[in-house]
Design a protein around this ligand. Structure first.
Ligand code: T46
Length: 133
């Protein structure tokens, strides 16, 4: 099964332009407790490099693009987030890295839980140990 779980977000366009609505437990399979966005990422900077014990997220580049690398400890897959109608679902215990941010990139993330540093695994060897045990 692919690590890349994309959702085609419906664009409600009319002659004024475009609008995307994301509904909890409908467009995405979780309730949203937190929203954050990453922008102004400096040239050449990569982010992420961690996994979560228990967190569902939807990531969308609402402007610009970046490359997301997903890794379950056995397989790595890359996907470009390059459209405001392309949502990437990321579940538990997936190592994620974000690379190649374009200058105007705004990466919007909807998350199923409040921020909790204890939910992060930031050490790759520890991640591999957890997923392979
Ligand atoms: C993820 C990827 C896609 C908070 O205080 N609250 C928050 O909700 C978040 C997300 C972060 N922070 C603080 C923690 C750090 O001091 O903001 C700082 C930067 O966070 P971090 O280094 O974890 O950012 P990224 O870009 O490496 O990862 C983020 C999310 O943390 C992560 O859950 O999946 O984006």
């Amino acid at each position: 099964m692919s690590l890349v779980n994309l959702i085609d977000l419906p664009v409600l366009g009319d002659d004024r332009g475009s609008l995307v609505a994301i509904e909890a437990m409908d467009t995405i399979p979780f309730e949203v407790k937190r929203v954050y966005y990453i922008f102004d990422t400096k040239a050449g900077v990569s982010r992420g490099f961690h996994a979560h014990h228990q967190l569902q997220q939807l990531a969308v580049c609402v402007s610009g693009k970046c490359r997301m690398r997903l890794d379950n400890g056995q397989t790595k897959e890359d996907v470009w987030l390059d459209s405001p109608s392309k949502g990437l679902l990321i579940g538990d215990m997936i190592w994620r890295e974000m690379h190649d941010f374009s200058e105007e990139c705004v990466l919007l993330v909807l998350a199923s839980e409040h921020y909790d540093e204890a939910d992060y695994i930031r050490d790759y060897d520890e991640f591999l140990k957890s997923v392979n045990q």
